[in-house]
Design a protein around this ligand. Structure first.
Ligand code: SF4
Length: 378
């Protein structure tokens, strides 16, 4: 049988022009090529743009399982069968921005707005600490009433009370001096999904007043300031193509974030994207595996969105290479109001219920929840 060679060290696995017609005629050969690309990614930690595109356009369920097997092994080699938990406090759903995909965008007049104060947030942390969380993630829209100075004071307060805990911030785009202030206050990590590394795609997801360059600059500044920095995307966001995903993987491979947040796009009924289809569950799992293979040490959450699109999403995310889960610590009274997308799970369970539900879910797949900060390590 006329098989393609699978040894392609240091060069593109095929010249698209020469080999693609041949590949398309051969049953099963595409899958072999995909596996060879996954092996190449594992060996070299990078692929070329046309290789990424080929992979996204041709992978099969078998290839996805193959990638998941490698990714899960890499995750266990690095972090063991331990899952780090992060308690998220969604402290304000007020946002000055108008991202087209987001349920709490400023133009959504149906959103019931709320803002927690310092005392509320400290109460959430106290409950979280009791139930075993050693990382608090403070997340909000870009809410001017919670400026960097106020937030920095809160970070100091949390770090003083819980010196064994990490504080992660996820409050959007700020200026360099503001990030610096937050770092000096003791914040350890910062999550800022880049959303897309493709400029044209970015412009289709955001109004003209928002800047792709500013967002990317923010990420660079955060890393430079010493934050453990998280980037990430929604899989299947409107107008996303294989080329966009290839750009994302190339960006992530070069930027080397410490954390990558990847979840499926889920539409929200009160946004311009209300009628857009959900992102693919399987492609999200595949991307999680590819991220783990490319960056074996990365902290990789099995996101709430993954658990929303599929009841076993978080378990299968872990089996695909994820090693972090981020349950909600917000007061149940406000959880339903922080709806970035429709039908978000875990909006009614108490902090303790969420915590023990996750512990049982992880146990069911042979993993345990780790009561540690769960820092990134090389
Ligand atoms: S995605 Fe973030 S910045 Fe954009 S509208 Fe929603 S909360 Fe605001």
């Amino acid at each position: 049988m006329d098989m393609p060679s699978l040894v392609f060290k240091g060069q593109s696995i095929f010249s698209r022009k020469e080999r693609l017609p041949f590949l398309l005629q051969k049953n099963g050969v595409k899958s072999m090529e995909c596996k060879a690309l996954i092996d190449k990614l594992n060996a070299e930690k990078t692929l070329k743009k046309d290789e990424w595109i080929y992979l996204f356009e041709n992978y099969t369920e078998d290839d996805r399982a193959y990638a998941a097997g490698i990714a899960q092994k890499l995750s266990i080699d690095k972090y063991g069968k331990r899952i780090f938990i992060r308690g998220i406090v969604e402290f304000s759903n007020i946002c000055k921005n108008d991202c087209y995909y987001c349920g709490i965008r400023r133009s959504n007049s149906c959103a019931q707005r709320y803002r927690l104060n310092e005392e509320d947030i400290m109460d959430c942390c106290a409950e979280g600490y009791e139930t075993g969380y050693r990382t608090f993630v403070l997340q909000s829209g870009e809410d001017g009433a919670w400026g960097a100075e106020r937030l920095a004071k809160l970070v100091c307060q949390i770090k003083e009370k819980y010196p064994d805990c990490a504080v992660t911030l996820s409050v959007g785009e700020l200026e360099y001096d503001e990030y610096k202030l937050l770092k000096q206050a003791g914040a350890d990590r910062y999550l800022l999904r880049h959303e897309t590394a493709n400029r044209e795609h970015y412009q289709k997801l955001h109004p003209g007043e928002m800047s792709f360059d500013h967002r990317m600059n923010c990420l660079r500044q955060l890393k430079e300031l010493g934050f453990q920095t998280g980037a990430g995307i929604m899989v299947g966001s409107p107008f996303q193509t294989s080329e966009c995903l290839a750009d994302d993987m190339i960006f992530l491979g070069e930027f080397k974030p410490h954390m990558i947040g990847i979840g499926p796009f889920l539409p929200h009924k009160d946004t311009p994207f209300r009628d857009e289809p959900k992102g693919s569950y399987e492609l999200t799992l595949f991307l999680l595996s590819l991220c783990r293979i490319m960056l074996p040490n990365v902290l990789l959450p099995a996101t709430t969105a993954l658990g929303t699109i599929n009841p076993r999403g978080r378990e299968e995310g872990v089996l695909a290479g994820a090693n972090v889960i981020m349950p909600n610590l917000s007061p149940t009274a406000v959880r339903k109001k922080y709806m970035l997308y429709d039908n978000k799970i875990c909006t009614e369970d108490s902090t303790a219920d969420c915590r023990y539900c996750l512990q049982a879910r992880m146990k069911s797949i042979g993993y345990e929840v780790s009561i540690t900060r769960g820092d990134y390590s090389e």
